[in-house]
Design a protein around this ligand. Structure first.
Ligand SMILES: Cc1ncc(C[n+]2csc(CCOP(=O)(O)OP(=O)(O)O)c2C)c(N)n1
Ligand SMILES: [Mg+2]
Length: 377
């Protein structure tokens, strides 16, 4: 088997995890330890050891909330699988980037937010839009380019947006949302609104100047923003290893004296814990945080990716620590849910996706009169 793509682990022996789910050698303000690279087998060992932290976090959490978290993860997965299916049928045109494998990041972080808090992300935005409260119907219809979509079919896959829900896109320029998100946090501080901003981006965006310029300003001005780097290990067909000289993304925050944490993105409770700590800092005195959340993209970069830069074996290995399966198993072991409850969750998610497809099939295309509305000319 060709050597698997590498991923980061902390320098502490793999698997040593603090009770709160953060790396054991993380310091008071969540400063991540110097990471090194490990192969996927080490990552699996690390996760297995971390499982006790997930079980402990589950024990302390509300059962209804845990059920909702699992539902949102399953809904995201089923929704995206359906996207791939209808894309291949020609119902969705243009670019389409799927989130499969990364669900624990969106759910773990965004379900810590108040409805008034703001979110901004990249083009990999369908699932995050739904977690923020957008209906599967309006996300799917947007993908179809139909009138019933969240922006009337004029944005498509990469531009989910809802001012009412404080969801500010869906951005196609790599790293572009980091500057805009920082501006949103500045506005929240200026207006003393009490809002925090979650700003998501991929690891390849970290090589853009805007990342460094924004973090500098956010720390200098104490802006209430949480930068969440979804390190899925690839920027299109380029592995992080081939593109970044210093591969700990969390540690880059230290250049700005910013709090940071390195988190296992396959563990939804670990993501939740790290986000809780970051939100507390943001609400207390507006301090920003950088979270590097490691995950793995199961699907191609977009629907048109031939995927010849990695092996099938590598993908299968990562799928062994699937975030949904692992969370399900932990919930079962904790006696929060049983097999019947899981079946019900699956059924509810499948029904929601079917309704979204039906709605989108029936929704008309935008009329010609819409061509110049809501657009900057
Ligand atoms: C400024 C800019 N450069 C290049 C591109 C082309 N491009 C689109 S996505 C992408 C890779 C981004 O990878 P990453 O930030 O890791 O996010 P992921 O797709 O893995 O979620 C590139 C290079 C772009 N859209 N914008
Ligand atoms: Mg990436």
């Amino acid at each position: 088997m060709p050597k698997a793509a590498t991923i980061q682990k902390t320098t502490a022996s793999a698997g040593k995890v603090a009770k709160n789910g953060a790396s054991k050698n993380g310091k008071a303000l969540g400063t991540a330890a110097a990471p090194e690279f490990a192969d996927v087998d080490d990552a699996i060992a690390e996760y297995n050891a971390r499982r006790s932290a997930q079980l402990a976090a589950i024990k302390k959490s509300d059962k209804k909330l845990l059920r909702e978290m699992l539902y949102q993860m399953v809904l995201g997965r089923r929704f995206e699988e359906k996207c791939a299916e209808v894309y291949r049928m020609g119902k969705i045109g243009g670019f389409c980037h799927l989130y499969i494998g990364q669900e624990a990041i969106g759910v773990g972080s965004m379900m810590m937010l108040e409805p008034t808090d703001m979110v901004i992300t990249s083009y990999r935005d369908h699932v995050q839009a739904m977690i923020k409260g957008m209906s599967p119907e309006s996300v799917m219809a947007e993908l179809y380019g139909r009138e019933g979509g969240c922006v009337k079919g004029k944005g498509g896959s990469m531009h989910m947006f809802s001012k009412d829900l404080e969801f500010y896109g869906g951005h196609g320029i790599v790293g572009g949302q980091i500057g805009v998100g920082t501006g949103m946090a500045y506005a929240a501080k200026y207006k003393n609104s009490g809002q925090v901003v979650l700003c998501f981006f991929g690891e390849a965006a970290v090589n853009q100047g805007i990342f460094h310029e924004s973090l500098n300003m956010a720390q200098l001005w104490k802006l209430p923003i949480i930068y969440i780097c979804e390190n899925n290990q690839y920027g299109m067909g380029t592995s992080q290893k081939r593109a970044m000289s210093s591969r700990s993304i969390a540690r880059k925050a230290e250049a700005f004296e910013m709090a940071n944490e390195f988190v296992d993105g396959m563990d939804v409770m670990a993501v939740r814990g790290a986000t809780r700590r970051a939100i507390e800092r943001a609400r207390k005195d507006g301090s920003p945080t950088l979270l590097e959340v490691r995950a793995y993209r199961y699907m191609g970069h977009s629907m048109s990716d031939p995927g010849n830069y990695r092996t099938r074996d590598e993908i299968l290995k990562y799928q062994e620590r699937d975030p949904i399966v692992l969370f399900k198993d932990s919930l079962k072991e904790s006696k929060v849910l049983n097999d019947k409850d899981f079946e019900k969750i699956e059924q509810e998610a499948n029904d929601a996706v079917d309704r979204a497809v039906k709605f989108s099939d029936e929704s008309p295309y935008p009329s010609e009169a819409e061509l110049l509305t809501d657009v900057l000319t």
